[in-house]
Design a protein around this ligand. Structure first.
Ligand SMILES: C[S@@+](CC[C@H](N)C(=O)[O-])C[C@H]1O[C@@H](n2cnc3c(N)ncnc32)[C@H](O)[C@@H]1O
Length: 285
C-alpha cells in the first residue's frame, strides 16, 4: 500500500471518531510513524510503505478510535510556537491558553524591571512557564503543581527548550511553595464545574481529573489562589488566570472582592468568549 492509499484509508477510519479533522489527523499519524515532515509526505505519495509501518499506523488508528487524544498518541503538542512533550499525566495545552501567555508578555514589558518574577500555578506540561521563560529573557519563572508526575513532564520540557535554570519546579498546593514577591502570577487552574465533568467529550475524560475538576462551582481553586495571592504579590504586579466561557462575571466579582483596589478586566478569546481574568495591582502609592 502506498502513502496516498494509506492516507485515504486512515482518514476514512478516523471519521468513526466523529472528528472534523480526520484527514489532518491521518496525516499526523502517518508522519509520526514514518518520522517525516509534511513536505516529504506529499513528495512521496506514490511510495510503498513497509508492512511494519502499515501495522504501526493501524495500531495507532485503533487507539484513536477508542477516543485517545491525538496528542497522547504522538506524545507531543505545539503551544505558542514551541513543541511540548505530553502524556496522560498532563492536560494537553490548548490554543485558548495562549491568550494568557500573550498578555503576560505584554505586562512583563510594561513592568520595566530588571528581573521579573513569574509564578505559573498548575503548570502541567510546563507549557505556559516555558513559553514565558523563552519569550521574556529577564524573567525568572517558578512553576508549581500538585502532581509529581506532571512536574516530571514539565522538567522534560524545560530541559528540551534550554530553560532548566530559568524555570524552577515546585511541588505543592497553589502558592504554598512560593515565598517570593510575585510580579506576574499566571494560572490555568482546573475550572470545570463538578456536575459537568461527566458530560465532557470522551477525549477530555482521558485527561487527568486533577487538571479539570474545579469543585462545585468550578471556581473553588481560583478563590483559594486569589486568597493566597493577597499576601504574595509585589506592590505593582499582575494576576492572570483562565476561566470557562460562562464564568466571566462571577470570576470578576470574586477578583474584586479579594483585590478591591485592583483593576479587573475580563479578557476574551478569538471566539469572543470570556476566557481569562486580568487583575492589575498598584499598591505602591
Ligand atoms: C488545567 S491544567 C493546566 C496545565 C497547564 N498549565 C496548561 O495550561 O496546559 C491544571 C493543572 O493544575 C494542577 N493542579 C490541580 N490542583 C492543584 C493545586 N491545588 N495546586 C497546584 N496545582 C494544582 C493540575 O495537576 C494540572 O496540572
Amino acid at each position: 500500500m502506498n502513502v496516498k492509499e494509506t492516507l485515504n484509508i486512515t482518514s476514512q477510519e478516523l471519521m468513526k471518531t466523529g472528528s472534523p479533522d480526520a484527514k489532518l489527523e491521518a496525516e499526523v499519524l502517518l508522519r509520526h510513524v514514518l518520522k517525516i515532515d509534511r513536505a516529504t509526505m506529499f513528495s512521496e505519495l506514490e511510495e510503498n510503505l513497509s508492512e511494519d509501518s502499515v501495522n504501526n499506523i493501524a495500531a495507532l488508528v485503533k487507539r484513536r478510535i477508542q477516543r485517545e487524544p491525538l496528542a497522547y498518541i504522538t506524545g507531543t503538542k505545539e503551544f505558542y510556537g514551541l513543541m511540548f512533550e505530553v502524556s496522560e499525566d498532563v492536560l494537553i495545552p490548548r490554543p485558548e491558553t495562549e491568550l494568557l501567555v500573550d498578555m503576560a508578555i505584554t505586562k512583563a514589558k510594561l513592568l520595566k524591571k530588571n528581573e521579573v518574577t513569574i509564578v505559573d500555578v498548575g503548570t502541567g506540561s510546563g507549557a505556559i512557564a516555558v513559553s514565558l521563560a523563552v519569550n521574556i529573557p529577564n524573567s525568572s519563572v517558578i512553576a508549581v503543581d500538585l502532581s509529581k508526575s506532571a512536574l516530571e513532564m514539565a522538567d522534560e520540557n524545560r530541559r528540551a527548550h534550554g530553560m532548566y535554570s530559568r524555570v524552577k519546579l515546585r511541588l505543592g498546593n497553589l502558592l504554598d511553595p512560593v515565598t517570593d514577591n510575585i510580579d506576574i502570577l499566571v494560572s490555568n487552574p482546573p475550572y470545570i464545574r463538578k456536575d459537568r465533568l461527566a458530560f465532557l467529550q470522551d477525549e477530555v475524560l482521558k485527561e487527568p481529573l486533577m487538571a479539570l475538576d474545579g469543585g462545585e462551582d468550578g471556581l473553588t481553586l481560583i478563590k483559594e489562589l486569589l486568597s493566597q495571592a493577597r499576601h504574595k504579590m509585589a506592590s505593582t504586579s499582575v494576576i492572570l488566570f483562565e476561566i470557562d466561557s460562562d464564568q466571566g462575571a462571577e470570576a470578576a466579582k470574586i477578583s474584586k472582592s479579594y483585590f478591591p483596589l485592583g483593576e479587573v478586566t475580563v479578557l476574551r478569546d478569538l471566539n469572543n468568549d470570556d476566557r481569562a481574568v486580568l487583575i492589575e495591582l498598584n499598591t505602591s502609592y
